[in-house]
Design a protein around this ligand. Sequence first.
Ligand code: VAH
Length: 311
Amino acid sequence: MGRILVTGACGQIGSELVLYLADQFGESAIIASDIKNPSSFIKNNIPFFYLDVLDFAAVNRIVVEQNVGTIFHMAAILSAVGEKNPQLAYQINMQGLMNVLEAARQHHMEKIIIPSSIAAFGPDAPKDKTPDNTIMNPTTMYGVTKVAGEKLAQYYHFKYGVDARSLRYPGIISSETLPGGGTTDFAVDLYLNAIDEKKYTCYIAEETVLPFMYMPDAIKAIVDLAAAPGEKLTQQVYNVHALSLAPRDIVASIRNEYPSFRISYDPDFRQSIAESWPRSLNDSAARRDWNWSPRYDLHAMTRDMLKKLKK
Ligand code: VAH
């Protein structure tokens, strides 16, 4: 069994995924990599390498020299930052993925896990219980790279037999690492400002419903998809769903512990991105094929978030 490489390991999901994988498989089985300072992994004795996923030679070198069998490819530019620099987002999200898939092909790696996103859907997809397979006309460069990335991974699977697996994440809420420039970052900002007893101006309208997932469930989903026996998988890309929440739902939940939490709403360019996405996803295939099911409801998430952020 080869070692597990996580790209984008300093990101919101990557940083918690690395710690979870090290706990499951042992620190020496994991290689964390990113282009940012890896402070937490050094403390946890997890091997860290500087890795720019645009550098194909560097990706190949780390795969060969470190005996990598599985890659969790978390390095990407997210939706809001991507709209500020669409060309960079395309370059990193597409060429980075191509480099990882090519390394998997050339070195016959065991599997590649690639997070996709609800951003792969556009305004003309069904808004509620969006199916795995439907109209996909994303209106952000990030969404374009997610749809294209899903198709590229499927090509590498059918043409070369690469075991590439994807799940479409909703907005992720977490306490350990700040989100990296997504449209859904406001959800984490709400908790942080409540803890600091600061008034928060939310850039998404209070009634705008989006799919969300608490980080422990997001980690469970990607690790369970990776661990699923290949013969159980009937598709390569899976919707996963947990919570459908509007800002006002999260605020109400926070006010159970912080009744004086003050909020105002001032939608910006990210409002139109949010409105182009589904409100909920049909994840029946993930539940059927690899037993997906979330554990956290809104109140359990809020209690755990506030407890962790207070530390
Ligand atoms: C973003 N957090 O906002 C990411 C995610 C569904 C949203 O892909 O871009």
